[in-house]
Design a binder for this molecule. Structure first.
Ligand SMILES: NC(=O)c1ccc[n+]([C@@H]2O[C@H](COP(=O)([O-])OP(=O)(O)OC[C@H]3O[C@@H](n4cnc5c(N)ncnc54)[C@H](OP(=O)(O)O)[C@@H]3O)[C@@H](O)[C@H]2O)c1
Length: 278
């Protein structure tokens, strides 16, 4: 069994990944940018660049991500990839985002390239939009107005359950197969936001509806909620890609890697039902 570093260990994907890796018998170093409060946690702040060498000490494999809120993902991830190379890691799994490889100049793509060229056996996971956004980022509007307000029109997205991303990462971190490959991760089915709202309404018994809004209104709402302006611009830009149809594609990567079909939106909604009850 390996000692595996998980960056973002308390997050949506990372917390499930930690659980799955521990269930497989691995020792997990749970990175946190906060002061560690229990054994198993290691201090690592990828924005300040502190704790990197200590976090990689004794580690054989690692899961990396750039925390949300930052648009210089290449600058944040490069020191981690360099530490993985210095430590001779057997596998690094880097989570970026579906579409990251569409623009060679994009910061996330630059981070991917740095890993590809590092000599470290790697996987890049590019998930589509998470189902869990509906119980986190978009929760406030659902709870307060019964509304999912986004500038995405009737475009569809093959939303993925973050638990399936974690299962895919756990499988790749537990062996030496499928090295040096990138995978786009999606759910099995593409839905538009009217269909999402209908599923959430059915599961909760509440009237939840989708409202198509202008990109400027989205940006103003994000900045008003405290999102840094440059990250709000980034989010509005990628929501524009969603509206243009780039999130509709489905892949069979989750099934191929884990052996199990990705969860449906209905299954996700049933599992998270209590999130949307007022
Ligand atoms: N949401 C989507 O639809 C979507 C789609 C595709 C890709 N993604 C990618 O998914 C990633 C986010 O994953 P997630 O949703 O699982 O995370 P999350 O739930 O937003 O949690 C963020 C994690 O980052 C850690 N973190 C925050 N600041 C940090 C710092 N300075 N140094 C080290 N760690 C820090 C936090 O832990 P501590 O507070 O303990 O430090 C936490 O575990 C992003 O890279 C995003 O681009 C998201």
């Amino acid at each position: 069994m390996s000692r595996i570093l998980v960056v973002g260990a308390s997050g949506t994907v990372g917390s499930e990944l930690v659980r799955l890796l521990q269930a497989r018998g691995h020792a997990v170093a749970e990175a946190t940018s906060r002061a560690p409060t229990r054994s198993g946690q290691v201090a690592l702040d990828v924005v300040a660049g502190t704790g990197v060498d200590a976090a990689f000490a004794g580690v054989e494999r690692a899961f990396l991500l750039a925390p949300p809120g930052y648009t210089n993902q290449d600058e944040l991830l490069r020191p981690l990839i360099d530490a993985a190379r210095r430590s001779g890691l057997r596998r690094v799994v880097l989570m970026t985002a579906m579409g990251a490889d569409a623009d060679e100049a994009a910061p996330l793509r630059k981070a991917e390239r740095h890993l590809e060229q590092s000599g470290v056996p790697f996987n890049i996971l590019r998930p589509n939009w998470f189902m869990q956004n509906f119980n986190t980022f978009w929760l406030h509007g659902i709870l307060n107005g019964g509304t999912i307000a986004l500038p995405v029109g009737q475009a569809r997205g093959s939303f993925i359950d973050a638990r399936d991303i974690a299962a895919t990462a756990a499988a790749l971190l537990s062996g030496d197969g499928l090295a040096n490959q990138a995978f786009d991760l999606t759910g099995a089915q593409a839905l538009d936001h009217d269909q999402v709202a209908a599923i959430l309404s059915r599961v909760t018994g509440r009237a939840i509806r989708f409202q198509d809004i202008a990109p400027d209104a989205m940006r103003a709402g994000l900045v008003g909620a405290g999102v840094p302006p440059n990250y709000a611009d980034f989010l509005v830009m990628i929501l524009g890609y969603f509206k243009a149809g780039y999130s509709e594609r489905t892949t069979d990567a989750v099934q191929q890697i884990t052996g199990a079909a990705p969860r449906s939106f209905e299954a996700y909604a049933a599992d998270y039902r209590s999130s949307w009850l007022v």
